[in-house]
Design a protein around this ligand. Structure first.
Ligand code: BG6
Length: 310
């Protein structure tokens, strides 16, 4: 139909920055900025925003956009000598016109392929040659899928750490719990990265949290009691999961509103504890799949186990 919007549209976003809009026939959508290869919006078929984006987000280099899904590469956090979270999140990516094929053919139309290659300046900071390809897809049910493929095109091996720094939009952080990480070991960023074992049945929030959970399952559920919504996060190639909420520290983060911590939760599929090493010619793949489903009930209780096992 002539009035129908296309599944993929390249247009201008905030401050004239290029963005790709993905639309799925049932109404869900996503927006991706070439600046950072950064997903800034993911909406369900009711038009509800599912990712958190700060009202104070600065869409201007060199600052990374606060919210959505920043890509942390080639370094997660301060686990190395580079700037916090590496530099892929504040570089301009390009549309990848000729991505190498994926092993399985998909019938989805709402997807885009981006590529990031280091500039001469980048090579001075991190002297390794690679091609970083990122495919972002909206599935038929409105699921959001990100696949990163990083290929070593250098003559020497290199190692990196990585995270999809996913900011989920939540009704109220006090009403949220995470299932799938209980009893796991974690490194506590608030305690000099010391290693602890998580106690208790589920992860809930009443203060600042900044933990790197290790050896995490491929499926994690984030249950928003007030919204009666569960985010199901599936991941592949990413053994760790960072959980971050700054709480009162939000006041000291210039591009985050003082109270906005109440409406965000970062659950970040990551490879941090053990760096990924690629020999020349080798490729690494890391995948994130997000879906948002109505929370199910059993005996009046939300039943995340059904979500995790389903
Ligand atoms: C999290 C880290 O992933 O990102 C935190 O674990 C950090 O330590 C947070 O504070 C935000 O980082 P930034 O650089 O985007 O302000």
């Amino acid at each position: 139909m002539s009035g129908e919007k296309p599944p993929v549209e390249i247009c201008k976003g905030v401050n004239g920055l290029d963005k790709v809009v993905l639309r799925e026939v049932r109404g869900s959508s996503a927006e991706v900025y070439l600046y950072g290869g950064h997903v800034t919006s993911w909406r369900n078929d009711h038009g509800e925003e599912l990712l958190f984006l700060s009202t104070k987000a600065i869409f201007k280099p060199p600052k990374a956009i606060r919210g959505g899904i920043p890509i942390c590469f080639p370094q997660f956090g301060s686990h190395g000598n580079l700037d916090q979270h590496g530099f892929a999140r504040n570089r301009f990516w390009s549309i990848d016109a000729t991505p190498p094929p994926f092993p399985t053919v998909s019938t989805n139309k709402a997807f885009t392929d981006l590529i990031f290659k280091p500039s001469e300046e980048d090579l001075k900071i991190w002297p390794h040659s690679y091609e970083f390809r990122l495919r972002i897809t909206l599935g038929p049910g409105g699921d959001l899928m990100l696949t990163s493929r990083i290929r070593n095109i250098d003559t020497k091996p290199f190692s990196f750490t990585f995270a999809y720094h996913t900011y989920l939009s939540v009704s109220d952080i006090s009403e949220v719990r995470i299932e799938g990480l209980e009893t796991l070991d974690y490194l506590d960023n608030l305690k000099a990265k010391e290693r602890f074992t998580e106690q208790g049945d589920a992860i809930t929030f009443e203060t600042e949290v900044d933990k790197i959970y290790l050896g995490t399952p491929t499926k994690i559920a984030i249950i928003d009691h007030e919204k009666k919504r569960t985010f199901v996060l599936r991941k592949d190639g990413l053994p760790d999961a960072v959980v971050w909420n700054p709480w009162e520290k939000a006041k000291s983060i210039a591009d985050l509103g003082d109270d906005e911590y109440k409406h965000m939760l970062c659950v970040e599929p990551a490879a941090v504890e053990k760096a990924i090493t690629l020999k020349p010619g080798e490729e690494w793949k890391g995948r994130l799949e997000l879906s948002a489903v109505p929370s199910s009930y059993r005996s009046g209780q939300l039943d995340p186990q059904r979500v995790l096992q389903g």
